[in-house]
Design a binder for this molecule. Structure first.
Ligand code: ADP
Length: 389
């Protein structure tokens, strides 16, 4: 298949509005420059990561529809870096011919975790067993099981693994009054993620499938490519194609999967945007997920998803203290790791668990062959520099 390089592309849409201004929008800003596109972001604070790399900013909450109307006045197309939007409010803009990519109807079944599970079930795709719950009834499920807030959860905030009756009662008291999703706990063998893009013409491009590892429900480590059988790979790709086609998706989507010990896949979550598990693509692939997203939303041909190297490991730099620091010295030390690329999001304040940056380390064939052992060694090297405590 022939691909067009960014340098040979002339975008029809020159200004893209992005609802959200965190690190995902900031990394899209870097990709925009290679395509000759300008980004304007909608984000609450002038110190948010994407503001300094964008051509302009509308300083407002991401669910402020009037602000999105202003953004639309300045841009050819609007896209999203997060899903905490006011979909009903945005529909009035779509009726006035504002172009959203992905469209609001693609987002509609995805924003609420319970609705998303129902959508997957309707497509016949495998998911953990699930129920809607509002804390009023008792639950008679075997422990452990999982409770999730239906909207606005991220990085494991809003996901609770309920291990026993005591933790159940305390979670129930804390979450009273909220709409929740309850689901079976899946004793997965591994977690996988697929980053894929769909264009307005229905073309689909899928990146190498990765393994993700979470700690306290937050992504710690991503291994590319995942060491999986060809059958699992083709099952995962088939799930992704069904999903993206049914959603009539446009842009990059991240799909998180559980792989069980008997090689069955279950869909955990679909994110209608670029995704943490795709950060390795910046340094390790021919086209980064951020460039790919912009290509799709700007109606350009999709780029090549292939790895440029044998593999890569991505380690998140998660905050471990409440502080105001740019951690420059640590970043300089991290940059000394052979074949490493340090990405710093420029957040002004660190908090425990907050994503402050990431490091990608490219792998040789031999390192890929060493598999998870090698990935764990790299993660430990990064973490011993980042947080020696
Ligand atoms: P978020 O949307 O905040 O990222 P997720 O639903 O993806 O939350 O859950 C975060 C992590 O919690 C998952 O990556 C996985 O490790 C764990 N988890 C979530 N749901 C289940 C489940 N049903 N069974 C086992 N582990 C789960």
């Amino acid at each position: 298949m022939k691909f067009t390089k960014a340098a040979n592309i002339s975008a029809k849409f020159k200004r893209v509005g992005v609802v959200g201004g965190g690190q995902l929008a900031a990394m899209m800003g870097d990709a925009a420059k290679t395509l000759g596109i300008e980004l304007v972001v909608q984000t609450p604070d002038a110190t948010d990561p994407a503001v300094s790399v964008a051509a302009g900013a509308v300083l407002a909450a991401v669910d402020d529809v009037l602000a999105t109307a202003q953004l639309a006045n300045e841009c050819d197309v609007i896209t999203f870096e997060n899903e905490f939007v006011d979909l009903d409010g945005l529909r009035s803009l779509e009726e006035q011919n504002v172009l959203f990519q992905p469209s609001l109807s693609s987002l509609d079944p995805l924003l609420d975790k319970y609705v998303q599970r129902c959508y997957l079930q309707g497509l016949g795709l495998p998911t953990p067993r699930f129920w809607a719950w509002d804390c009023s009834q008792d639950l008679h499920l075997d422990f452990p099981f999982v409770v999730k807030v239906r909207r606005h959860g991220y990085d494991g905030q809003g996901t609770f693994i309920v291990k026993d009756r005591e933790s159940f009662e305390s979670i129930r008291a804390d979450l009273r009054g909220q709409s929740l999703l309850v689901e079976e706990f899946v004793p997965f063998d591994r977690e996988l993620a697929v980053i894929a893009a769909r264009s307005t013409t229905g073309e689909i491009a899928i990146y190498p499938i990765v393994e993700t590892q979470q700690q306290n429900q937050v992504c710690r480590l991503v291994i590319a490519p995942a060491q999986i059988s060809l059958d699992v790979k083709s099952d995962a790709e088939a799930i992704v194609r069904t999903l993206l086609n049914s959603l009539e998706a446009v842009g990059v989507f991240g799909i998180e999967l559980f792989l069980t010990s008997d090689n069955k896949l279950l869909v955990n979550e679909i994110a209608p945007r670029t995704h943490n598990s795709g950060h390795f693509t910046i340094d390790a692939c021919e086209t980064s997920q951020f460039e790919q997203h912009l290509r799709a939303v700007c109606q350009l041909p999709l780029g090549n998803c292939d790895l440029k190297c044998a593999g890569a490991v991505m380690v998140n730099l998660l905050g471990y203290e409440s502080a105001e620091s740019d951690y420059l010295e640590k970043r300089q030390q991290l940059a000394q790791i052979p074949r490493s690329f340090v990405h710093w999001y420029g957040k002004k304040v660190s908090r425990p668990g907050r994503k402050l940056g990431h490091v990608t380390v490219l792998l040789s064939e031999e390192a890929v062959d060493r598999g998870r052992v090698q990935a764990e060694a790299i993660a430990q090297t990064v973490e011993s520099i980042w947080n020696p405590n």
